[in-house]
Ligand binder design. Sequence first.
Ligand code: 5AD
Ligand code: SF4
Length: 444
Amino acid sequence: MQAQKKKLFIRTFGCQMNVADSEGMAQVLSDQYLLTDRPEEADIYLINTCAIRRKSEEKVRSLLGSLKALKKRRPQLILGVGGCVAQQEGDRLLGAAPHLDLVFGAHGIYRLPQLVARAAAGERPVDVELNRRFPDLPPRSWESYPAQTFVTIMQGCDNFCSFCVVPYVRGREYSREADDIIREIRGFLAAGGLEVTLLGQNVNSYGRGLREPVAFPELLRRVASLRGLQRLRFATSHPRDLSDELIVAFGELSALCEHLHLPVQSGSNPILKAMNRGYTREEYLDKVIRLRQSCPGLALSTDLIVGFPGETAADFEQTLDLMRQARFDQAFSFKYSSRPQTRAAAFPGQAPEDVKAERLARLQSLQDELTLAAHRRLVGQIREVLVESTSKRSSRELCGRLRTNQVVNFHGPQDLMGRLIQVEITEAHPHSLKGRRVETPPPA
Ligand code: 5AD
Ligand code: SF4
């Protein structure tokens, strides 16, 4: 009976992969635990951590410190740290936080029921073992799911970009069998789901090492043809591995949304080389041109790092220039931060904080201009929106996403949540759009 289940609270930091992993945690514990959004009533409190930048790691440590008081009030509470910081730190975390009961790494998620039982028995288990194949997951229950979901198709990364800790904390790449992916998505669609995002650190290299080798474009075609699927997205792509076949797919698959996240990291060839990215600025820009030829309305987003070791003022100018040429619709930009085990941590020419801050501010102000210009081009258009939530500012305002991934706020009743509707874009803002719902014309 649900009423007798204990309560589980999960605090998630970091990327979409972590959001999907937190769902996995709730899923494997669902026999005994029910998710709550109130940490003070939790029987288990799990922190799903991110180690990608120093700042993300610091946030985790400060939350962990602040939970001493909760653990004191509720000594029976099982407090666990999982994810990338847990993988990186292992039992050092137990030493640093005596109130911590459990540490589990990227793949320990699937062994959580046993780990939680051991923690409840007074042991302080640490599980940072990395698997070599995709674990068998219990089927997901779709009862309380929104219209949108993430489906993990691969884990880990073999690219070893010189700044990135992911290959060390998430391990080597391995893919999930296509049939298992399709089965999961069919279940979601049968329950009324509309939008699926396929997730992996580097989805373009999906398929290596499978029983039945399936390349990523083929997987996309199979998923796109499933009945009921309205919107298909994927993240994240590596520009080097973005194949011609995938570029063509953007023009052909009607369910595939007109949006691609394609992290470029830098616009300077020497920096791209030092980052071990495996492409030049010219090759990247050539792919952008071909993508836009294949899919004229395509929106592009990217990730950028400023202040990578050795980045000169001229290198940075090259990044600004590439941003203008690629006309990114959105960019996530970060100051370089040195990560344990990575090669770039030992590179000469680590940039001072004030240089990084100044470059980040200039880059962000250029991106704000580019985003606002892209948003202004949408004003007056009628676009399809998937209603996702109530807006942060007002409960009477709803919030949804265009196929091209921009966020739109508009007035409407709560029962539109999870539905696809038509919205006229009325205002452009730097980080969002405002719109007005228009009635959908009856089918011809
Ligand atoms: N410093 C700053 N940004 C980083 N990223 C990854 N590693 C670092 C680092 N050491 C950024 C990259 C990546 C995104 C998820 O995080 O831009 O694409
Ligand atoms: Fe990190 Fe590079 Fe792998 Fe992305 S492709 S997860 S940046 S190593």
